[in-house]
Write a protein that binds this ligand. Structure first.
Ligand code: SF4
Length: 300
């Protein structure tokens, strides 16, 4: 990434990865989403009944200044040596259907370690979806090598969600890495964080999502930045995000538009847009789209 920043002089990359501590007025806490309260055993978050999140490592290829898990990625290495306790927990909790492996960045681990973990999860009958959240296809695309892809191909019901925020991250190297994963038949989605001065711009988001679609990546979530210590200067007015996503829905294929969501400590993820309800009056719903406004009477 250092090399890429020097090569491109991209302001969007500099702002994401180069600390500018002097300009911060810290107000937010380390664990805004109170994830630590839902950790029954180290490195496993079980907040929602059917979902578990494994913190497979606290290391990343690059460290994002707006990271929601800075309390983990900026500490000494406390990554699990092995995943025995985590796997036992998931085996005992048959309500868990969806396992997300995150970190840090799981692809920092050796191929052997990550594949062993995936294969053990795959054997648990109650688990129907295994997801990996990673930023490595854009921050260290060389890591997406043949050995890794060959091993990932053998894992059933695996989905990969790529964290990408700006079109400048989609270099020829990262595009090749992403296409190699897609062409290996691994379903890909993306998640992005809405960041002030980086991607809080309609044209930037439009370009990003259209490029992702062409790389066979379904834009999945655009996140409102979490109110985590260090993210104070990245916050964008939520109304701007809603307006941009609703406008995108009217201008480009709906398939290329992610959901704009905010994560809340109390209720988890809430979808903010797309949405067409402008207001309600009893059973009358006022809806808008590119053609204008109309009312719809709800019949119960
Ligand atoms: S790659 Fe992900 S986990 Fe690592 S610093 Fe960035 S946002 Fe945080």
């Amino acid at each position: 990434m250092d090399e890429l920043i020097k090569r491109t002089h991209s302001a969007a990359l500099q702002k994401q990865f180069i600390p500018q501590l002097s300009s911060y007025d810290f107000q937010f806490s380390d664990d805004y989403l109170r994830e630590d309260e839902y950790m029954p055993i180290p490195n496993l978050i079980h907040r929602y009944e059917s979902k578990a999140l494994i913190i497979a490592t606290n290391q990343c290829a690059c460290y994002c200044q707006f990271c929601t898990r800075q309390r983990i990625t900026r500490k000494d290495d406390n990554s699990p040596d092995n995943f025995k306790n985590i796997l036992n927990y998931i085996r005992k909790h048959s309500e868990i259907m969806d396992v997300l492996i995150t970190g840090g960045d799981p692809f920092i681990l050796s191929t052997r370690k990550i594949i062993n973990l995936l294969k053990e999860i795959e054997k648990i009958n109650s688990v129907k979806i295994i997801r990996i959240g990673t930023r490595i296809p854009v921050t260290l695309p060389q890591r997406i090598n043949e050995e890794l892809i060959g091993a990932l191909k053998t894992v059933n019901h695996l989905y990969i969600n790529i964290h990408v925020n700006h079109p400048d991250e989609l270099t020829s190297e990262s595009k090749n890495a992403i296409l190699s994963l897609a062409n290996a038949g691994i379903p890909l989605g993306s998640q992005s964080v809405l960041l002030k001065g980086i991607n809080d711009d309609y044209d930037v988001l439009k370009k990003l999502f259209l490029q992702l679609i062409q790389l066979k990546v379904k834009p999945y979530y655009l996140y409102q930045c979490d109110k985590v210590h260090g993210c104070e200067n990245f916050m964008v007015d939520i109304r701007k995000g809603i307006s941009m996503i609703n406008k995108l829905c009217n201008q480009i294929s709906g398939f290329a538009v992610p959901k704009f969501v905010v994560d809340t400590p109390e209720m988890g993820k809430m979808v903010l847009a797309p949405g067409s309800i402008v207001k309600t009056d009893g059973d009358i719903f006022y809806l808008s789209n590119r053609n204008g406004l109309c009312s719809y009477k709800n019949i119960k």
